[in-house]
Structure formats: C-alpha cells, structure tokens
Unconditional design. Structure first.
Lengths: 153, 111
C-alpha cells in the first residue's frame, strides 16, 4: 500500500497554515510524538517559506510540489503488521522551479550575530535527521528526512 | 492571527492570538514598530500565550522589535511562550537574548 501525500501548492504564504495541518496529521499517523511533530512542521514550513521568499522572490503565483512519504518496508506485504512496528520515518521532497539556492545560503549564518532573518536553514538542520538540496536542470529539490527513534518489538 | 494592544500602567501589552508565520509576521512587525519607534512606549510586553506556532519570520519580527527597543532605551518583554515558541527561540539560540516571563504578573513585576 502506497503511503504518501502529494501536494501541488501555490507559492503563497497563505497556504502555509494548510500545509502545517496536513503535515501534522501525517506525522501523527506515522507515530511521531508531539515534540517531534512540532519539529517536522517547523522544518517543512521553513523550507516552503524559503522557497517563496528566495527561490521565487515573493512571487505568489508560482508552483511548489510537496511529497510526503512514509519510510520503511512496503506496508502492503503484511497487512497484519502494526504500523508502528514497520515504519521508521518520514521523507519530504519539495520541488520548485525558482532561482537555485547558493551553497552560502544553504550553509546558514552565524547565530552569535543577533539580527532578524537567516534562521530558516539552521532550523531545518536542527530539527531533521537529514537535509539535502539538489539544484537540477528542471527544478530545485530539497529533501528532508525525520526518523522515528523509538524501539520496535 | 489577531493582534490587539492594551495599557497596564506604564506597560503596553500586545496580545497575539494564532499562528505567526510568513503570511502574517509583517503585521506583528508593523504593530511593534508603531509602538516602539513611533509612539515611543517605554515598556512593551508581548503576550504569546495564545500563539501555538511561530516561524523564523515571526522570530525575526521579535528580534527587530527588541533591537529597536534597545536603541530607544525602552524595555521589551515576552511571556506565555508555548512549547513551539520556546523551542524555536532555543534552536535559534535567542531565548537568552529576550526577557522571557511565565505570565503577565511576573512580567509587570519584573525589576
């Protein structure tokens, strides 16, 4: 059974609250606790906000594709297995067609410099287990992974 | 998100209700600058107890408010941080930069 959610979003900040709600429900179903859900929501929200602001320069009529996928074995092979025993995390793949981020932008900034802005990438890296960015010829792709840390039976 | 302001003695209290994100953080920035820079209020307290979520753009608005307050020699305080708001400020290493209180009574009573 495929267990993924694909959203095609306008690059408008108003959709962020909708995405947060969807991501929260997805993360709850996968089995993340409250604190982990908050981390996941923050990372995905920051990723989308960065695309709107930097890749699309606040142009609100562009497109962002967000795919959320549950990691782990094929859930269809053994329908009787409890979900919490087979899943091991969540993957988000976010694609845009805007200006690629520079390596400097993906590095984040010095946090000792107290000033507004530039925190998004730092928050993503702090809250997720894996953050990878790949500018491709046809799109930019950001991949975020959060693993479930609980022991399975 | 809804923002309203009220006066408690010499304190101006900004009550924020709802999520603060890229969509509405310009609104909170505008209210903060209006009171700190234009009205030159001596003490401003941001009530975040009804804020379930704040992103980096919201944090940036608070940092800007704090920096302008310092320039204006006014006082800038926060109270009622939700777990999400506290986590974002901790991850940004900004929690110690702000004056943070549990509730309004503590903020108003702070020396």
């Amino acid at each position: 059974m495929a267990f993924s959610l694909k959203l095609e979003l306008p690059s408008h900040p108003q959709v962020l609250s909708v995405v947060r709600s969807a991501v929260q429900q997805f993360a709850i179903v996968v089995g993340f606790n409250e604190e982990e859900c908050r981390s996941i929501i923050l990372a995905v929200d920051e990723a989308l906000a960065n695309i709107i602001r930097h890749a699309y320069d606040n142009r609100y009529d562009q497109t962002i594709e967000l795919t959320c996928r549950r990691l782990g074995p094929d859930l269809g092979t053994d329908p009787g297995t409890p979900l919490e025993q087979v899943c091991d995390g969540l993957e988000f793949v976010i694609m845009d067609h805007g200006r690629p981020a520079t390596p400097e932008q993906m590095k984040g900034r010095d946090l000792d410099d107290v000033r507004p802005g530039g925190l998004g990438i730092h928050l993503m890296c702090q809250t997720m287990d894996q953050v990878s960015y790949e500018p491709r010829p046809d799109c930019n792709q950001l991949r975020l992974i959060k693993l479930l840390k609980r022991k399975t039976q | 998100m809804q923002i309203s302001t009220r006066q408690s003695g010499t304190f101006t209290i900004v009550d924020v209700v709802g999520d603060i994100d890229l969509y509405n953080s310009p609104e909170i920035r505008k209210v903060l600058l209006e009171h700190i820079r234009d009205k030159k209020v001596p003490r401003i307290i941001i009530n975040l107890k009804e804020v379930r979520y704040i992103d980096s753009s919201g944090v940036a608005s608070l940092v800007e408010g704090l920096k302008i307050s310092r320039n204006m020699s006014s006082r800038f305080m926060l109270y009622g941080l939700s777990p999400a708001a506290r986590e974002v400020l901790e991850l940004s290493r900004l929690i110690k930069v702000f004056e943070v209180y549990e509730n309004e009574e503590q903020a108003v009573a702070a020396k």
